[in-house]
Design a protein around this ligand. Structure first.
Ligand code: FAD
Length: 501
């Protein structure tokens, strides 16, 4: 086992990890980032780095023999998923009892595979979820910093109104308006100037070429183009890829000891490495970070971690649903993969829902209006360590998903009734499934700010150990979460660099 030492180690290269790496490096601290996924910079035999959703190959998913796309079927036919060979692909679907969670794998984490929606939550809801955080300071300093670093932009409203690529969005907006519901444009990290060139035929299509959940070859400002490029540009950051941290412990001198498995492209462990560092930043995401800490506590490696580690996990109230449109309400064969609008009924105190108008980019007319609803589901679950299997389990129940479904159903029943439309029954696998209740895109919590950590992400019970990712968010933030994760990480790094180093 080799020993590599850096003053600071960051586990994971998603939003939380990328912010930590950049700010450490700018402070002159040599930083090593350990990322279990690969670096996505090498074209395959088709000349592309990533594959499209229409033609998934081994690059699509993390060590699978068949893809597991969120929409399992179309007209009840299993036409969506394809056989693939196992490979460290960009999208993973982590299966727990009653819930599977989609996450990104690779340098850039979730930014490689997500829908680019860059949404700042309502200040009042942020304050409700983070009562110990100064919301004024967040909205004055850290949200603007995150938005600017991430390269957030908005679609040109004139182009939006005229392009065939957003007809599906305009149709859903009309149906919302017929229901008396408010819609709002959603900002994005996809470069809309590039998208307009795609539409004009002067740039290679990516968002307009059915690329999204398995990666975008062009147009998207993923973290490898923003925070991580800046971090590497300092000369102080090294990123080791295909290295999965298996355990963390503390040496007698108080430094951190990590054990990591380095895998090859077949998934075989080719080396087990030990690392040591003074400052350890956990950016493995809600699942990755929480799993490492729950295991460390319950195997006795870090016994002083408190009982809040593993708790407070939620799905951001996620549920997907499709509506069937009238024959004259075509949504278009051509659909951009990047959503730009949401139905905003969050102010409805009886049933707060924010529903993204999602594309179904098949290249054919489908008459489907698809949505990713974010509901104010108050249900939370915990991760626990199962010593018999050595695995970390999630205690989410089907009844907890049913709460999200019931909230979304209330909203979409209204939309269907106002437009004399019905649900689609053919999209999520079984003949009766209307709402996707078994997967989520927005895993949040597990090491909640102010409970498992102090108010700045310092893990309680130990010094020089920090959480900077989505595990800090208490299960729900009411909108898509990556801007909030980035802004909180900026806040943590500002404080930690000023006080702890
Ligand atoms: P992640 O981005 O998940 O990064 C964690 C990284 O750590 C990963 O690269 C992982 O491989 C690595 N890692 C984990 N464990 C280990 C370990 N033990 N050792 C080494 N490396 C490890 N959010 C939005 O705001 N807008 C959207 O439009 C949106 N759309 C989405 C669409 C999809 C399909 C998905 C899956 C997610 C979407 N999200 C969206 C959610 C968003 O991507 C996540 O909230 C965000 O990426 C979480 O950031 P993070 O820093 O907590 O962790």
């Amino acid at each position: 086992a080799a020993v590599d030492n850096a003053p600071a180690i960051v586990i994971g290269s998603g939003y939380g990890g990328a912010v930590a790496a950049l700010r450490l490096a700018q402070a002159g601290i040599r930083t090593l980032v350990l990322e279990m996924g690969r670096l996505w910079n090498t074209p395959g035999s088709d000349g592309k780095v990533f594959c499209s959703t229409a033609n998934p190959d081994q690059r699509s998913m993390w060590f699978r023999t068949r893809t597991e796309a969120p929409l399992a079927t179309f007209l009840w036919l299993d036409v969506v998923n394809k056989d693939i060979s196992p490979y460290p692909g960009a999208l993973d679907r982590v299966h727990y009892d009653n819930m599977s969670v989609y996450v990104g794998r690779g340098v850039g984490g979730g930014s490689l595979v997500n829908g680019s929606m860059a949404v700042t939550p309502l200040k009042s809801y942020f304050a409700e979820q983070f009562p110990t955080v100064d919301a004024d300071e967040m909205y004055r300093t850290y949200y603007p910093r995150a938005n600017s670093m991430l390269g957030v932009n908005t679609v040109d409203p004139t182009w939006f109104e005229s392009t065939e690529w957003y007809r599906f969005t305009r149709v859903s907006r009309k149906h919302a308006q017929n229901t008396g519901l408010k819609t709002t444009f959603v900002p994005s990290v996809y470069d809309f100037a590039y998208m307009q060139r795609e539409a004009a035929g002067t740039a290679t299509k990516s968002a307009l070429g059915q690329e999204v959940i398995y990666g975008n070859n062009y147009g998207k400002r993923s973290l490898d183009k923003t925070y991580l490029a800046a971090a590497l540009g300092t000369g102080n950051v090294t990123i080791n890829t295909l290295e999965k941290v298996r355990s963390i412990s503390r040496a007698s001198d108080g430094s951190w000891v990590l054990t990591a498995d380095r895998i090859d492209l077949t998934g075989a462990v080719v080396e087990t490495k030990q690392y040591g560092c003074t400052y350890l930043f956990l950016g493995g995401g809600s699942l990755g970070t929480t799993e490492l800490l729950v295991r460390a506590r319950d195997t006795g490696a870090l016994p002083a971690l408190n009982s809040s580690v593993g708790a407070g996990w939620g799905t951001n109230g996620n549920t997907m649903v499709g509506r069937a449109n009238h024959l004259w309400d075509t949504t278009g064969a051509n659909q951009s993969t990047m959503p730009v609008m949401g139905i905003d009924d969050w102010a409805n105190a009886d049933n707060p829902v924010f529903a993204e108008i999602a594309p179904l980019p098949t290249g054919l007319e489908t008459w489907v209006s698809l949505y990713l609803a974010i509901t104010k589901n108050p249900e939370r679950a915990s991760f626990t360590y199962d010593s018999a299997s050595g695995r970390v389990k999630l205690g989410w129940t089907a009844a907890q998903s049913a709460v999200s479904v019931a909230m979304a159903k209330k909203l979409f029943d209204r939309i269907n009734s106002a437009n004399a439309t019905i649900y689609r029954y053919d999209l999520f696998g079984s003949t009766s499934k209307v709402f996707a209740d078994d997967f989520c895109y927005h895993p949040l919590g597990g090491c909640v700010l102010g409970r498992a950590t102090d108010d700045y992400g310092r893990v309680k019970g130990y010094s020089k150990l920090y959480v900077t990712d989505g595990s800090l968010v208490p299960g729900n933030i009411g909108v898509n979460p990556f801007v909030t994760i980035t802004a909180l990480a900026e806040r943590t790094m500002a404080r930690v660099l000023a006080e702890d180093t």
